[in-house]
Write a protein that binds this ligand. Structure first.
Ligand code: SF4
Ligand code: SF4
Length: 405
């Protein structure tokens, strides 16, 4: 443990802590708080109950071993004494979806601008060096951003940076839940902050407004039901019952945060790094997402978190969103995707999309659409597309062709 030079009482430790927090703010980490590097034994049991209940199904890396590992920070830094929990606010002013006649999707706000992993790591690295300068010698540190190797929300909550909302996000006073978190595990003794004595009270707005019922109990989100998981982490097909509930979201979902009174009340300016470069970084044109090539995808989304879902994931989501919000004029776009898209995953969701769009609007399915679905059902090279096209006949109530190709 590093002793703070000449610190017989708590005062020098508190003074150093105050200087470290000031340095954090100067390095673009707008909120910070301190906790000890002690373990979180009660959390290990809770995470294991989550796993057993199937609430993290689909996150294959989230094993009981990983859960146990993540609840003891000293597994990552044996000499850690303190944890400085830091955060940057990303909740930007909404530029609003343009009323330009183009069917547009919606991207979660944290992904409008730069990738927060890079941004936080860079700022935390500079802060680490500034802390070394402040204490006048090397400081052993481990810098963590959004890694399953530590329970970042639990760390931030114990540090009093914020408190858990029933949507399972951390609510930071004055900022709401629009804050991205990082942790510096340090071998410097800092003054721990107390957890906040705050809670949601009787409010249940986020539980009531979640479109899929993914918040199955206060503080418990069932990952397989959550649109953030389905639009980002899901690599295969989105389960058909969830597709109509996706609305216009093509990357993530902000509904439970948008409806929260604490996040709505946020008036502090966001970090400019999280503003969208173009309107398509916040509200992308769905026909473009369905036709873009790799180069176009990279040009628009390189350096943002959206690359995580890859071009095919974003196009898959666009097929679903277009079916959910489109008009009769959008059927040809889905037909082209069904016929020509290079990714079977997208062709399959376009088949579902054609049938769902027509059923949603009460439209008769055109002969051209019926013929295209029938062709895909019979001749697509990919088994999953043939199945989706066959199932589309059920959705659309089309004549003939029900059954296996
Ligand atoms: S992100 Fe969306 S789907 Fe997931 S819990 Fe929140 S409101 Fe529900
Ligand atoms: S919407 Fe209400 S219940 Fe949900 S996190 Fe916000 S305050 Fe808590």
């Amino acid at each position: 443990m590093r002793a703070v030079a000449g610190s017989p009482a708590e005062t020098p430790r508190a003074a150093l802590t105050a200087r470290v927090k000031r340095l954090a703010a100067e390095h673009g980490l707008s909120v910070s708080a301190v906790t000890t590097a002690g373990a979180f034994p009660e959390l290990a049991e809770r995470l294991e109950r989550h796993i057993t209940a199937g609430h993290v199904a689909g996150l294959d890396w989230f094993t009981p071993e990983r859960a146990r590992f993540s609840t003891d920070p000293r597994n990552l830094h044996a000499g850690a004494v303190s944890i400085l929990a830091v955060g940057v606010a990303y909740w930007s002013v909404d530029p609003a979806k343009p009323d330009d006649g183009v069917p547009r999707g919606r991207i979660s706000r944290y992904a409008w601008g730069v990738d927060y992993h890079d941004l936080l790591k860079e700022r935390m690295g500079r802060l680490h060096r500034a802390i070394e300068a402040e204490v006048g010698g090397p400081v052993e540190a481990r810098l963590l951003v959004d890694t399953a190797r530590i329970v970042d929300r639990a760390v931030a909550a114990r540090a009093g940076l914020g408190w858990y909302g029933k949507h399972a996000c951390l609510i930071v006073p004055g900022r709401g839940s629009g804050v991205l978190l990082g942790e510096l595990l340090l071998d410097v003794e800092l003054e721990p902050d107390a957890p906040l004595d705050k809670h949601c009270g009787r409010c249940t707005i986020c539980l009531d407004r979640c479109p899929t019922g993914a918040i199955v109990a206060p503080y418990t989100v069932s990952t397989p039901r959550c649109l953030s998981f389905q639009t980002i982490e899901q690599r295969g097909a989105i389960p058909p019952p969830l597709r109509p509930l996706l609305g216009d979201w093509v990357y993530g979902c902000d509904i439970c945060q948008e409806v929260c009174p604490y996040t709505k009340a946020t008036r502090l300016p966001p970090d400019p790094a999280f503003l969208p470069r173009t309107i398509d970084n916040a509200y992308p044109a769905l026909p473009f997402l369905l036709s873009m090539g790799d180069a176009e995808f990279r040009a628009l989304y390189r350096g943002t978190p959206v690359t995580r879902t890859k071009r095919r994931g974003l196009a898959r989501n666009a097929a679903v969103a277009l079916a959910n919000i489109g008009t009769e004029a959008d059927v040809p776009t889905l037909l082209i995707a069904l016929k020509d898209h290079d990714e079977p995953l997208v062709r399959g969701h376009a088949a579902w999309g054609i049938a769902h769009l027509c059923a949603r609007l009460g439209l008769p399915v055109s002969r051209a659409a019926e013929a295209a679905l029938d062709r895909s059902r019979m001749t697509d090279v990919d088994d999953s597309v043939r199945r989706e096209a066959a199932n589309a006949f059920d959705i659309g109530g089309l004549e003939g062709g029900v059954g296996n190709p």
